[in-house]
Design a binder for this molecule. Structure first.
Ligand code: HAM
Length: 418
């Protein structure tokens, strides 16, 4: 086939799509219980938005953006969104909420686009379910989000671990940055090319060095450089997590790949995913709204990698299969007229029903009913029609009995309950 999908882009069919919807459905229900409201934002934005927020020294902006020049008069350079935070911050400021109602709890979901090297769990179009909270500089908010993520992962029954860190704020970060720069220069020969390129622009990313994790372990520790306020904030977050019985580990090497973070940063890793194991990531970004010409409002948020959680669910084998309760088999035009009514009544009784083609042979249809995993075949011919009954064939136990058509739903529901 010539017109195949692009590299890194996926078609999700059946169970794979369902796993994604399941994650999204659970996240939505949970977020609503935490009083978080939905926001929908565009997929296409000005490139400038991401340069200003995600940051020019982030990998995303440096090499992963899908962008093009639009055909409007001003030839605006636009980009497919690589993440949701910048669009949400822009929408928040554009709606004037930073001044009128600064305290907001918002969630969003949808596709994001990054031109990364594809591998398992890393795609060029992937789905995020994210939360952004504005106007809450307090540590209780950091803890509440981490408690919510913990609840989601437990609810989904995936094995997971949570790591947190604090990378300080505008006040204490410069000293840490300076210490890292000095360390980087002292270890120049041992650092990778990426590190050489970003040492001056974003020395924090040295801690992220993928090539020499052992060397990075000897680098200065951000927690040693926190000012009193940042330390107190981080201590309070940990105290609240302990109070809520949330398991976590402090990882002082975790710096996150985006430029806007301050203070608390966190990542959740799931088992069974190989290299791309981070399923949720986020942190605080207290200076971002102001840096994007809004009011001085605190911000914190995270995004769930829906594709990765779906993979984790499949790996953990915790996805319940959805199979029909009944396959309807009708023989002849009159019986089929009755069968559509029987099918409708069964569905009204909340049963999952598939009507099979009336134009095939009985043997083929029974084979099809088994193939789709139907528990029962409901067979209706002219004789059954005349007598107001159906043949109920239990495909699991290979038994068959006749029931009054109006009682088929309760007979099937009873068997399902057992
Ligand atoms: P991020 O760490 O870039 O953060 O992405 C969040 C999550 O999205 C990752 O942990 C991962 O699960 C998933 N993800 C990222 N890239 C890919 C990919 N190529 N394929 C599959 N999944 C991927 C952000 O995007 C921030 N906006 C999170 C945030 C919100 N921070 C504050 N508020």
């Amino acid at each position: 086939m010539e017109l195949t999908r692009l590299r890194g882009f996926r078609d999700l069919i059946g169970a794979d799509a369902r796993a994604m919807s399941l994650v999204e459905g659970r996240a939505r229900a949970l977020f609503e219980r935490y009083s978080i409201k939905e926001i929908r934002i565009p997929v296409l934005e000005r490139l400038q938005l991401y340069l200003r927020s995600t940051g020019e020294t982030s990998d995303i902006v440096e090499k992963q953006m899908y962008m093009f020049t639009d055909r409007d008069e001003g030839e605006t350079v636009v980009a497919l969104r690589p993440e949701g935070t910048p669009g949400v911050v822009r929408a928040y400021i554009e709606a004037g909420l930073d001044r009128t109602e600064p305290e907001q709890r918002l969630f969003y979901s949808g596709p994001m686009f990054r031109r990364e090297r594809p591998q398992k769990g890393r795609y060029r179009q992937f789905y995020q379910f994210g939360v952004e909270v504005f106007g809450r500089p307090d540590a209780a908010c950091d803890a509440e989000l981490l408690i919510m993520i913990d609840e989601l992962c437990r609810d989904l029954k995936i094995p997971f671990t949570t790591e947190i860190n604090s990378i300080g704020d505008q006040k204490c970060r410069p000293a840490f940055r300076e210490a890292l720069l000095q360390w980087g220069r002292e270890h120049w020969d041992q650092l990778c090319d990426d590190c050489h390129n970003r040492i001056d622009r974003n020395p924090l990313r040295l801690l992220d060095c993928k090539i020499d994790a052992k060397l990075a372990a000897s680098a200065p520790n951000p927690l040693d450089y926190l000012c009193d306020e940042c330390r107190a904030h981080f201590d309070r977050v940990k105290e609240l997590l302990i109070a809520a019985n949330v398991q976590y580990a402090v990882n002082p090497r975790m710096v996150r790949g985006l430029d806007y973070y301050t203070r608390t940063a966190f990542e959740v890793m799931a088992g069974g995913l190989g290299a791309q194991s981070t399923v949720v990531a986020g942190g605080r970004y207290d200076g971002l709204v102001e840096a994007m010409s809004g009011a001085a409002v605190a911000g914190i948020g995270f995004a769930i990698g829906v594709d990765r959680i779906a993979l984790a669910l499949e790996a953990a084998g915790v996805l319940p299969a959805v199979t029909p309760d009944a396959a309807i088999i009708s023989m002849g035009p009159a019986a089929t007229r009755h069968a559509v009514v029987v099918a409708r009544d069964l569905r009204a009784a909340n049963l999952n029903v598939e009507m099979l083609s009336p134009e095939r042979k009985m043997k083929t249809l029974l084979a099809r009913a088994s193939k789709i995993g139907a528990r029962f075949a409901v067979i209706i011919g002219d004789d059954e029609l005349a007598r107001g009954v159906v043949q109920l064939r239990d495909l699991k136990q290979s038994t068959q009995r006749e029931v009054v058509a109006a009682e088929a739903a309760s007979a099937i529901a009873d068997a399902r309950g057992h």
